[in-house]
Design a protein around this ligand. Structure first.
Ligand code: G4P
Ligand code: NA
Ligand code: NA
Length: 195
């Protein structure tokens, strides 16, 4: 997605740790026009998958998934990483997710009220690195007896293992920007073949 790649080039920065900082439009300040375009692009890519729910993970997945769910006219559910006082501990699907970036585990939960067998779920997230967050979401969807209709990622770090892990499980993944390298503090995108 050219608009997104331009935003990454012009408004993103590479941290010394090999992490792409996009706080200017995605992870802190949010560019709502860009999020709308991203959401509509996801909706276009997955329009034939008969999606009944969009599932993301708080907090940074919410902005890009909102307009996708709106465009597909289905509910958006965000999995929680923090305990909610209103959520009954017995009534949740949960998955333990390890973050290689943060070197810590977190418990990701979705109330059983919002996913049911028969749902076709589109999973959306802002970043795909090692694929642990997305894998946790697929486990929750499958625990509910629902089907993963696809996985939409805003920014894929293609030099990490996430895509291989998820493709190995047979999921369809669409990433709007694929980064092949952040070496030398420079963003390099995966070459796209003309089609
Ligand atoms: P994984 O799920 O693909 O295995 O990724 P990982 O655990 O390594 O990622 C942990 C957190 O760091 C996630 O956010 C993820 O979106 C984010 N992240 C990973 N690589 C990058 C990067 O290069 N740049 C940025 N900006 N973020 C990255 P999170 O902890 O869930 O936080 P949030 O959703 O509350 O923002
Ligand atoms: Na994030
Ligand atoms: Na995230």
């Amino acid at each position: 997605m050219e608009l997104l790649k331009e935003a990454i080039r012009k408004r993103g920065s590479v941290l010394s740790s090999g992490v792409l900082k996009v706080d200017q439009f995605l992870n802190h300040q949010v560019d709502t026009n860009l999020m709308s375009a991203i959401g509509e692009e996801f909706a276009r890519l997955f329009v034939d998958e008969h999606v009944t729910k969009v599932v993301t993970i708080e907090s940074s997945g919410i902005a890009p998934s909102f307009m996708c769910a709106h465009s597909l006219q289905v509910p958006l559910i965000f999995a929680r990483k923090k305990k909610s006082v209103t959520m009954d501990k017995e009534n949740v699907y949960s998955s333990r997710v390890y973050s290689f970036t943060k070197k810590e585990y977190s418990e990701v939960t979705v109330s059983k009220d919002w996913l049911c067998p028969g749902d076709r779920v589109l999973i959306i997230d802002d970043f795909l690195a090692n694929g642990q967050a997305a894998t946790g979401l697929t486990q929750i969807v499958e625990e509910a007896g629902a089907t993963v209709a696809g996985i939409g990622i805003v920014i894929e770090k293609s030099f990490q293992d996430g895509r291989a892990l998820l493709e190995g499980k047979g999921y369809r993944i669409e990433s709007l920007a694929r980064i092949s390298s952040l070496e030398g503090n420079k963003v390099q995108f995966v070459e796209e073949s003309a089609h």
